[in-house]
Write a protein that binds this ligand. Structure first.
Ligand SMILES: [Zn+2]
Length: 308
């Protein structure tokens, strides 16, 4: 009995914490192209200690996926929804309760990063497939894509550097989802909602204030943990500090560069070559650290442009 209590305490760390009752997840779907990810591909996968999630890109290439809907992977409750520093952009974290392979109730977090818009607020209950926001660029820092993480550890929040970055704390998202498309559900579970060990700096929420010292550097000692993806030939939309606050509102104008036919043909060609290069280099890319990746992509881009 004592052991059971201890185990319970480990899963639900502080009984005094605020809890919100959520239905057990009846399964999980991919967060773009719901439910199966149709029309999107993983440009870069989860890699322990290197890249802690998956980067999802639209198959149409370039920034054509900017503003596309991002869906909740499963039933749950929003435990974080903020515009969090330039490297991250808008971030939503959803907490899920589900029955694990041993028949026990487990908790996990799914994180949706670089969003253009957020459509949910903290403590809001969300359904599987409910829209959380839209694909963005982290305020022009990257080509549009979704950075998607799934965590076993519900204390990580935005302090990834404070925790081991391997499988003890993270899932490989596609593997996790593929194994849990349909789950036993029907019950409600009280889940703690304020569990992050390091409280996020909420002063950046909804403000255009000066860039903060990057928390990622402080936490992980490795700047630029959010991943640069190969950018199409297109500058960031706005310079630092002049970024419009992406609150829910009219969708941004979609990719004006793609309106001219010749332009879109050139972009499509470039994307096709890029995809081929990604496939050819996939192993290398997946095993790279973030700081190595920067140089790698600039070399790759150069190579690509030389072929034009
Ligand atoms: Zn990423």
């Amino acid at each position: 009995m004592i052991l059971l209590l201890l185990a319970g305490a480990a899963i639900f760390p502080a009984c005094a914490e605020t809890t919100i009752r959520v239905p057990l997840a009846n399964g999980f779907d991919l967060p773009v192209g719901k439910p199966d990810g149709e029309g999107y591909y993983v440009f870069r996968g989860y890699y322990p200690g290197g890249h802690l999630g998956e980067d999802w890109n639209g198959s149409r290439g370039g920034d054509t996926d900017l503003g596309d809907p991002v869906w909740s992977a499963g039933d749950g409750v929003v435990v974080f929804s903020e515009d969090y520093l330039r490297g991250w952009g808008n971030v939503v974290i959803v907490r899920h309760a589900y029955v694990d392979e041993n028949g026990r109730v487990a908790l996990m977090d799914s994180l949706y990063g670089h969003l253009d818009q957020r459509m949910v607020r903290k403590y809001q209950q969300v359904k599987r497939g409910q829209q959380l926001g839209t694909i963005g660029t982290a305020h022009g820092k990257y080509a549009a894509h979704l950075h998607f993480e799934m965590r076993k550890n519900i204390r990580i929040g935005m302090a990834r550097g404070a925790y081991d970055q391997g499988y003890s704390n993270y899932f490989s998202p596609r593997q996790f989802i593929a194994a849990r498309r349909t789950l036993r559900s029907g019950a409600n579970v009280a889940v703690p909602v304020d569990t992050f060990s390091a409280p996020p700096d909420s002063s950046t929420d909804g403000s255009d204030g000066p860039p903060k010292p990057p928390a990622l550097t402080r936490d992980s000692g490795r700047p630029g943990v959010p991943v640069p993806v190969p950018a199409p030939a297109r500058p960031p939309r706005t310079p630092s500090g002049a970024v419009p606050v992406p609150e829910p509102g009219p969708a941004p104008a979609r990719n004006a560069t793609a309106t001219a036919d010749s332009n879109s043909q050139a972009i499509a060609d470039r994307e096709a070559r890029l995809k081929k290069l990604i496939e050819e280099n996939r192993k290398k890319v997946d095993s790279m650290k973030d700081d190595e990746l920067d140089g790698f992509w600039s070399r790759l881009r150069k190579k690509l442009d030389e072929k034009r």
